[in-house]
Design a protein around this ligand. Structure first.
Ligand SMILES: NC(=O)c1ccc[n+]([C@@H]2O[C@H](COP(=O)([O-])OP(=O)(O)OC[C@H]3O[C@@H](n4cnc5c(N)ncnc54)[C@H](OP(=O)(O)O)[C@@H]3O)[C@@H](O)[C@H]2O)c1
Length: 316
């Protein structure tokens, strides 16, 4: 595994991290979830990304991760970077959603209990809620660190203006924002508009989620929608209607380039994300150990020629 420093900090993150959004909940195969987590760790993936609402049902990915930690990884707590988040709907009523102090404080206590952890390495505000004053959210994050419940703070899915304001307040209070997390892949390049420059200026790392566009940027959908795919799964966030003819045609062309490079499309899609100098780590999701191995293969070839980048650019 390769590791790189996260922004202007002393913390190194693996180039490939593992996310537990899908496939680690109570509805999923626990033995498979355990195998993927242990295989990831055995291959140098030290960073596991959670959120309060991952499941389904919400909370069950944290509970399952807690079980695996306790049965298999207890001795390795200091080898691990475990993140969680609060900000999307988790429980009913006005306090189970959003970025208020009430919600963040209650949620981190619940997440610590479910995972059995004493502290998270990184705790995120999962989204900007367009209502809570940024000062309130940021003060709650600072207090979470001061209470010893998290070592570092992160933000996810914040508009650049609000992220900048939050970074400034956090820096003034000597709890700098470690990392910003957003969607970044060949089909979704929004962070290139403002966030990469802002993060570089402010010394904040960037971790990319859904680097494979939830599986679209793999060979999975080249010949239709397989039964064992996220798009076919009732619990999947990706919908069948997201697998459009336009997307599949682009994926077919990208697959040809990947073949010429001697790698799978998943490897090439991850390499493309990692090729951006602003990206610290990509958080992949997987439904099997084989997929994880495929994705780890990116580390063998993650550089591009100018011509390849140009050809990919034309397709995407
Ligand atoms: N901050 C946020 O708001 C936010 C939002 C979303 C995600 N995240 C984080 O980012 C993580 C990753 O997101 P994601 O799951 O959307 O990532 P992704 O890597 O884009 O998609 C993962 C899915 O793609 C398929 N796949 C993965 N590798 C494959 C391969 N080599 N060949 C064929 N198919 C492959 C699998 O789906 P199948 O089931 O079809 O096999 C897998 O579950 C999440 O777990 C979470 O930690 C954060």
């Amino acid at each position: 595994m390769d590791y790189s420093f996260c922004g202007n900090s002393g913390l190194q993150l693996p180039k490939i991290s593992l996310g537990l959004w899908h496939n680690f909940g109570e509805v999923d195969d626990f033995a498979n979830a355990r195998k993927m987590i242990l295989h990831a760790f055995d291959n140098g993936i030290t960073h596991f990304d959670l959120a309060n609402n991952y499941g389904p049902p919400p909370g069950s990915a944290e509970s399952n991760f807690g079980k695996i930690l306790s049965s298999d990884l207890k001795a390795y707590r200091d080898h691990l970077i475990i993140s969680s988040k609060a900000g999307h709907e988790m429980w009913s009523g006005p306090y189970g959603d959003g970025a208020s102090r009430k919600s963040l404080m209650a949620s981190i206590n619940q997440s610590l209990k479910r995972t059995g952890l004493e502290y998270f390495d990184i705790f995120y505000s999962h989204r900007y809620d367009f209502q809570t004053p940024i000062e309130e959210t940021v003060q709650a994050l600072i207090d979470i660190v001061k209470q010893g419940k998290a070592l570092y703070i992160g933000l996810s899915k914040y508009p650049a203006k609000e992220a900048e304001k939050a970074y400034e307040i956090l820096a003034e209070q000597h709890v700098p924002c470690l990392v910003y997390q957003d969607k970044y892949n060949m089909f979704h390049r929004f962070p290139e508009e403002e966030h990469f420059d802002l993060n570089e200026e402010q010394g904040v790392g960037f971790v990319a989620f859904s680097p494979l566009a939830q599986g679209l940027l793999t060979d999975k959908y080249l010949n239709g929608i397989p039964d064992n795919s996220r798009a076919a799964n009732v619990h999947g966030f990706l919908k069948k209607e997201d697998v459009t003819i336009e997307i599949v045609n682009k994926v077919k062309e990208l697959n040809q380039i990947a073949k010429k490079r001697g790698q799978t499309l998943a490897e090439m899609a991850l390499a493309w994300v990692l090729n951006h100098k602003g990206v610290t780590s990509v958080i992949v999701g997987t439904s099997s150990v084989d997929q994880l191995d495929d994705n780890l293969g990116v580390l063998k070839n993650s550089s591009f020629t100018e011509k390849e980048l140009h050809d990919i650019g034309k397709i995407i």
